[in-house]
Design a protein around this ligand. Structure first.
Ligand SMILES: C[S@@+](CC[C@H](N)C(=O)[O-])C[C@H]1O[C@@H](n2cnc3c(N)ncnc32)[C@H](O)[C@@H]1O
Length: 254
């Protein structure tokens, strides 16, 4: 259940999130990475924690895998159910990634889209990694993808995306920015209702933990996992701390 401001930020953003992400393009870029990893480790079941609007979970299910996807936001889980339904082998659950799951152990767990950086503190990120390692069978695997904070240089507010579309039937302009907030990296989504005059708007801000490679490697190791590889992109390029846009850690439960 939501407890912090970050937990609640996405409750207002379920529909907006899909307007901001070009899903066909994103999944086309990311799918080969997961395909080859899941083949290599004979993955048949996956948990997607912080699943957002559920597009990865639905893609994994379409590959014949058993998928349990969870998110702290009830609005996100509602949207997952509306968009993807609940066919046999695909289940949705409203739960924080810091909470342990009582379900059966899975072959793989993923936490994507910089979601882990939304943890309220480094302690909470550590608890989340503990919970992830705890839901994977021995020798099962995990994937954590966060933005590489070191390669993000901000000079004031950076506009990351501008989209216009219909949200709840209203002509809407969305502007996603990245900026600093109390010394931390943060993202704000400004949502402008163009059907109202004067235009009504509201903004949602989520701040992010600065999670570096060493932090995550130590948390995974403390939780009983071993990092197998660190990539800087879904193409599989090696991670370069000063230049890579992403940090993608693949780990295995001991
Ligand atoms: C940027 S979205 C990423 C969603 C999806 N994984 C993706 O790759 O597109 C971040 C998601 O993390 C979820 N989230 C934030 N804090 C969480 C927590 N403590 N436990 C579980 N989910 C959380 C939000 O509700 C949101 O759906």
């Amino acid at each position: 259940m939501p407890e912090t401001e970050n937990d609640k930020a996405f409750d207002a953003l379920a529909e907006q999130y899909d307007l901001m992400v070009d899903w066909p393009r994103r999944l086309k870029r990311e799918a080969p990475f997961f395909r080859s990893l899941f083949d290599e480790f004979a993955v048949r079941s996956v948990a997607d924690v912080a699943c957002g609007t559920g597009h990865h979970a639905a893609m994994f299910h379409s590959w014949g895998l058993k998928v349990e996807a969870s998110d702290v936001s009830a609005a996100m889980i509602d949207r997952c159910q509306t968009l993807h339904g609940e066919p046999n082998g695909l289940t949705w659950c409203c739960r924080s990634f810091t909470e342990p799951s009582n379900g059966t152990l899975v072959d793989a767990v993923v936490c994507l889209g910089n979601s882990l950086a939304l943890a309220e503190s480094k302690q909470a990120a550590k608890r989340a990694i503990g919970a992830m390692v705890g839901i994977v069978r021995p020798e099962g695997i995990g994937v954590i993808q966060v933005l590489n904070r070191n390669a993000i240089v901000l000079n004031g507010v950076a506009v990351k995306r501008v989209r216009r579309g219909r949200i709840a039937g209203r002509d809407t302009l969305l502007i996603k920015t990245m900026h600093e907030l109390n010394g931390r990296l943060a993202t704000t989504v400004l949502d402008v209702d163009l059907d109202s005059d004067p235009a009504m708007y509201h903004a949602k801000t989520a701040s992010m933990q600065d999670l570096g490679r060493r932090d995550l490697e130590a948390m995974i190791s403390d939780a009983g996992g071993s990092v197998l590889s660190v990539c800087g992109a879904y193409s599989g390029d090696a991670f370069d701390e000063s230049a890579s846009g992403d940090m993608i850690l693949v780990w295995q439960r001991n």
